[in-house]
Design a protein around this ligand. Structure first.
Ligand SMILES: C[S@@+](CC[C@H](N)C(=O)[O-])C[C@H]1O[C@@H](n2cnc3c(N)ncnc32)[C@H](O)[C@@H]1O
Length: 260
């Protein structure tokens, strides 16, 4: 069965494509990885600085709150959000809808790509909690478990910290689904749990291999508006990025803690 993906014409803007209307099992993990994470770019370097500083600072501020359970939602073909949580969590769930990405994540656990060392090395830069880990990819393989699941069915109040990179705005072009995805991600965290989320800004959809996937166009204010209801200590930062592909206006990273 092949479900429709966003047509490659301007009319796609006018077509509402829901998350269920896409065949996520056609997501080409290898093509996505090669294009995005085969080597470290400056935009991801900047995101890593912000997110690693944030998680380390949370540990300094709340030293008695060891984070048992972490989740990376819509992990796709990316290990670096999970790596940012590695020093602080005993278990990390890599939560993903596409069967192709779940298989890819399982294979990476056993045989991680060399490029992850570039991402890790950026995290260790001046940060003791990361530097204390000598064999991060091996440790990640022991702490991480891949779970096939749908963001809209995440359990409530379950996780002690979380990441969600390029998911809520990149799995639908419907505003209601973007908002619901953000709500269920934050809702899956316990009260006060720290999180980091990254977004493509003003995205009009994206191509992976031969398929175009939908996106909902967001800016800093949309994210701020949604998160203000769900989180405390929210910080939203623009990330300069260009040349990755056509049809986007940079990236945005948000950090904060869940509020109930
Ligand atoms: C643009 S990719 C982002 C992947 C990765 N987080 C990254 O940082 O590059 C969007 C991911 O969301 C996944 N996804 C789509 N719908 C989902 C859903 N309903 N629940 C969970 N994951 C979903 C896709 O399979 C894909 O891996």
């Amino acid at each position: 069965m092949s479900k429709p993906t966003a047509p490659d014409t301007d009319s796609a803007v006018w077509t509402r494509i829901s998350n269920d209307g896409v065949d996520w099992d056609q997501f080409d993990s290898a093509a996505y990885f090669d294009h995005n994470y085969g080597s470290l770019r400056d935009d991801d370097r900047h995101i890593i600085e912000i997110v690693s500083d944030f998680f380390q600072e949370q540990k300094r501020r709340y030293p008695d709150q060891w984070r048992h359970k972490a989740i990376d939602v819509g992990a796709g073909a990316n290990l670096y959000p999970a790596l940012t949580m590695l020093p602080f969590a005993a278990e990390i769930t890599l939560y993903e809808r596409a069967a192709t990405n779940c298989d890819w994540l399982q294979r990476q656990k056993a045989e991680p790509n060399e490029s992850w060392w570039q991402f890790w090395s950026e995290m260790t830069n001046g940060r003791d909690d990361y530097r204390a880990i000598k064999d991060p990819l091996n440790l990640l393989s022991r702490r991480a478990q891949v779970k096939k699941g749908n963001i809209f069915n995440l359990p409530e109040d379950e996780y002690d910290m979380g990441t969600m990179f390029f998911v809520a705005e990149s799995i639908t072009n419907r505003d209601d689904e973007f908002k619901r995805a953000l709500r269920t991600f934050i809702g899956s965290l316990r009260n006060h749990a720290p999180f980091a989320a990254a977004f493509m800004k003003d995205s009009s959809g994206y191509r992976v291999g031969n398929i175009t996937f939908p996106a909902f166009s967001v800016g800093e204010q949309d994210i701020e508006r949604q998160l203000s209801e769900l989180a405390r200590d929210v910080s939203i930062r623009p990330i300069e990025s260009n040349g990755l592909r056509d049809g986007y206006g940079g990236m945005i990273v948000a950090t904060g803690r869940r509020k109930k």
